[in-house]
Design a protein around this ligand. Structure first.
Ligand code: T3D
Length: 258
């Protein structure tokens, strides 16, 4: 993989966008590599959680704007339907948690990638920027759906309409960023969070992600039913039995994923 690194260590897959000279902006090959990485991770039983980060000083500057000027570039709506939308859906539907290690600016669709992570840890100096309006576009790749749900309608409108840069510290105050850490500790912190997630019962983690996702489009009654259904699945796992046994035996659980 030319523009992306995928490393798997101790149940944690780390994906690094690796076009630092262009601030990890997204070309067609990089988008395809990223989707392939998430697809491979979904099927890889060794992997229980994921870290997504960028090489160099940026997380991701969104669509590669030079590529957009190439004569054979797909129309915008085609590019969104064929490449960006499947990528965002793959992230949201991945039944393994994704920790975004936001190492620098996340702009345009790069901001959307950050928003599509389940947990975000940011380096001091990182920022989130819905840069779309500056080039005459609207926020896309899920930003208009994810942002209001994550920070509330008023702040989402301000960020989306003005294109103002949200600092990591302000993102933490809004609850969008779980934690801000010094840049030199970012990857270790994100991988430590991912490792903690990898220690949990994988099916419970997957079902929790599914339940949270469902809540965004459910009424209370429907969501209560979803919880009952998914809890039925979780409760039938060997890991649930192991969790109770470990509690009663006063020892750490050993979750098998069964
Ligand atoms: O297919 C479709 O188009 C549909 C999907 C659209 C989704 C989108 O993502 S649209 C939004 C696209 N992204 C942007 O508009 C952001 C563009 N970049 C910036 O505004 C700034 O670069 C940043 C605010 C992110 C960072 O600013 P700064 O001053 O720290 O860095 P810089 O000097 O602007 O950039 C450094 C280099 O990266 C520079 O290259 P050079 O001159 O050293 O050779 C710059 O051209 C390159 N770069 C940065 N962003 C992009 C990029 N190259 C291509 N595409 C980029 N998006």
């Amino acid at each position: 993989m030319a523009d992306l690194r995928l490393e798997i260590v101790d149940r944690v897959a780390t994906i690094t966008l690796d076009r630092p000279a262009a601030l990890n902006s997204l070309t067609v090959p990089l988008k395809e590599e990223l989707l392939a990485a998430f697809t491979a991770i979904a099927d890889d039983a060794r992997v229980r959680s994921v870290v997504l980060t960028g090489a160099g000083r940026a997380f991701c500057a969104g669509q590669d704007l030079r590529e957009r000027l190439e004569p054979d570039a797909a129309p915008l709506e085609v590019e969104l339907r064929e490449r960006y939308n499947p990528l965002i859906l793959a992230m949201r539907r991945l039944e393994k948690p994704i920790v975004g290690a936001i190492n620098g600016v996340a702009a345009g669709a790069g901001a959307s990638l950050a928003l599509a992570c389940d947990v975000r840890i940011a380096a001091e100096g990182a920022s989130i920027l819905l840069a779309f309006g500056r080039i005459g576009l609207i926020p896309d790749s899920g930003a208009t759906w994810l942002l209001p749900r994550l920070v509330g309608a008023a702040k989402a409108a301000e960020l989306a309409l003005t294109g103002a840069s949200l600092t990591a510290a302000d993102g933490e105050r809004l609850g969008l960023i779980a934690r801000v850490v010094p840049a030199d500790r970012l990857l270790a912190e994100a991988q430590s969070v991912a490792l903690g997630l990898a220690d949990l019962a994988p099916q419970a983690v997957a079902l929790t992600k599914r339940a949270l996702e469902a809540s965004w489009s459910s009424g209370l009654e429907e969501q209560l039913e979803t919880e009952a259904e998914l809890q039925g699945i979780a409760g039938a796992t060997a890991d649930h039995a192991e969790g109770i046994a470990a509690f009663l035996e006063k020892r750490p659980p050993r979750f098998s994923g069964e």
